[in-house]
Design a protein around this ligand. Structure first.
Ligand code: MF3
Ligand code: CO
Ligand code: CO
Length: 274
């Protein structure tokens, strides 16, 4: 079976395990969806403050997504009923928006995926709530560096494992733990597609990167050990040792000579402080 499949706008796209290779119309679609995701994350920056509920932030995400002509891809996805995932402190990912309020010193990830004209712009950033201790701020900084070091490996001829190797090396140089249970993923017309983008890997392993591949890189890095556990709600993933966890996510496309970051902030709000 061919691992790769060149797709155009008129093709029906199936979750058949193949890695899709997109043309210019795919890049155009992802550029628009990714820009909207980034604009939503930009708009949240001034709203992430002590006392705000995560449900309020989720309402803002839904509103901005719809105003942008998109729908939140998470709404109704496998029974998920919200427009974003909001993960505080030791929550690794898939935190469910609720009436819980943010507190001074919290670190929080907000993950959004507007589905615009059939394309998924999947991105998340960390936000600092009030005064955050240095240890937590450093975790956030290093996690952002992990994402960007992974992206630096995203070019034709490299392999998927080169991305995870760069991320793991940097995280472990600080004695942080790289989460294994959740991965980056192919993205595009499908929310979650092949390939799996693991964030801890051996260099030179996995599928070869080719122009037209679209995928996310979304490392989750823990101040403590790597393992996570799932809470009773079936969604919320937390660190087993209750240590802090941070994550950033971009959707990217492999180009002839590197990659394009579809979800880069138009306002330059790449990482806190914003
Ligand atoms: N946006 C998440 C990701 O990066 C997926 C969230 S799925 C949900 O892949 F159902 F939990 F919202
Ligand atoms: Co993702
Ligand atoms: Co996401």
């Amino acid at each position: 079976m061919n691992q790769y499949q060149t797709v155009t706008d008129s093709d029906v796209i199936l979750r058949d395990g193949t890695i899709k290779l997109h043309g210019p119309e795919g890049f155009e679609g992802m550029r628009r969806a990714g820009k909207l995701a980034a604009e939503i994350l930009d708009a949240l920056a001034p709203l992430v403050k002590p006392g705000v509920t995560t449900a309020t932030l989720d309402d803002v995400v839904r509103q901005l997504t719809i105003e942008g002509g998109a729908v939140p891809a998470t709404l109704g996805y496998r029974g998920y009923a919200h427009s974003s995932c909001i993960s505080i402190n030791h929550v690794v990912c898939h935190g469910i928006p609720s009436e819980k309020t943010l507190k001074d010193g919290d670190i929080v990830n907000i993950d959004v995926t507007p589905l615009l004209d059939g394309w998924h712009g999947d991105s998340s950033r960390m936000y600092l709530v009030g005064d955050v201790p240095l240890k937590a701020r450093k975790l956030v900084d290093v996690t952002y560096e992990c994402l960007m070091l992974g992206i630096a490996q995203a070019k034709p001829g490299n392999r998927i494992g080169d991305i995870g190797a760069a991320i793991q090396r940097h995280a472990e140089s600080q004695r942080y733990g790289v989460v294994r249970e959740f991965c980056g993923h192919g993205v595009g017309r499908l929310f979650h597609d092949a390939p799996e983008v693991v964030h801890a890997a051996r260099a030179g392993t996995g599928p070869v990167l080719k122009p037209g591949m679209f995928f996310t890189i979304e490392p989750m890095i823990n101040l403590g050990r790597p393992p996570v556990k799932l809470l009773e709600d079936g969604w919320t993933a937390v660190t087993r040792d209750r240590s802090l966890s941070a994550q950033f996510e971009h959707s990217i496309g492999i180009t002839e000579d590197g990659c394009e970051i579809f979800t880069a902030s138009p306002q330059g709000l790449h990482k806190p402080p914003y």
